[in-house]
Design a protein around this ligand. Structure first.
Ligand code: 13P
Length: 253
């Protein structure tokens, strides 16, 4: 199955509009040579989405939001909705990131509700899942991942899920400089794909791209991306520097 690698930069709560524009200006030229061979996406903070989207017009870099609410509008102070992201130029939305789960009370159920709204308004979810260190050390990794995949995908049809991106991000590898080995990543990625076969069918499972996230850097990206079920990367810290992010994009097979 030929899955186009997808490398996404999750900027988290970083970059003012000015800084964001300067970063994408550099990035545009640095990644233009991969053309359509690798899909490149950036997820700036909400305030920078629209200007960054404008700056990326006619480029090969797509835009993602970092979260969205399950309602299209209403009295939800501090939230952003799927149609708002769509209008700002987003194609994707990151959902269920472990920082959202850890600090802002996201659960499998709220992630699922947000995903349903994202799809309804034409966005493709990048669904984040992954175990904590405690869960890995007590051999619960696969059970946790299984629960998170099933929870997030409740109520979706196979044709919808086929377009999704799933990001496996072991919590212990995020921002710690401690990456999963490529074999550890491959084991969980293959397991996630098997879950998709069980929930839907082989064809759907073979379509879904599964990214690895957690301390991906220019020097470990090629090894991780060489694994058969690792279809891309969700990059945090290293996506804030144009040269590092471009090096990771170029490491995609
Ligand atoms: P780091 O690459 O900084 O470890 O962050 C990974 C991440 O959380 C991407 O969503």
């Amino acid at each position: 199955m030929d899955r186009r690698p997808i490398i996404a930069g999750n900027w988290k709560m970083n970059k003012t509009v000015g800084e964001a524009l300067s970063l994408v200006r550099d990035l545009r030229s640095l990644v233009s040579m991969v053309r359509d061979r690798v899909e490149v996406v950036v997820a700036p903070p909400f305030t920078a989405l629209h200007p960054v989207g404008k700056a990326l017009e006619d480029s090969n870099i797509g835009l993602a939001g970092q979260n969205c609410h399950w309602e299209p509008s209403g009295a939800y102070t501090g939230e952003i909705s799927a149609p708002m992201l769509k209008e700002a130029g987003c194609t994707y939305v990151i959902l269920g990131h472990s920082e959202r789960r850890q600090y802002f009370g996201e659960t499998d159920e709220t992630v699922n509700r947000r995903a349903l709204s994202a799809v309804k308004y034409g966005l493709v979810p990048i669904l984040c899942i992954g175990e904590t260190l405690k869960e890995r050390e007590s051999n619960q990794t696969l059970e946790v991942v299984r629960r998170q995949v099933r929870g997030a995908l409740a109520g979706f049809a196979a044709a919808e899920v086929a377009r999704f991106v799933i990001a496996y991000e072991p919590v212990w590898a995020i921002g710690t400089g401690k990456t999963a080995t490529s074999d550890q990543a491959q084991e969980v990625h293959a397991f996630i794909r098997e879950q998709l076969v069980e929930l839907y069918d082989r064809r759907t499972a073979d379509h879904v791209r599964i990214q690895y996230g957690g301390s991906v850097k220019p020097d470990n990206a090629a090894d991780l991306l060489s694994k058969p079920d690792v279809d891309g990367a969700l990059v945090g810290g290293a996506s804030l520097k144009a040269a590092d992010f471009a090096a990771i994009v170029k490491a995609a097979p």
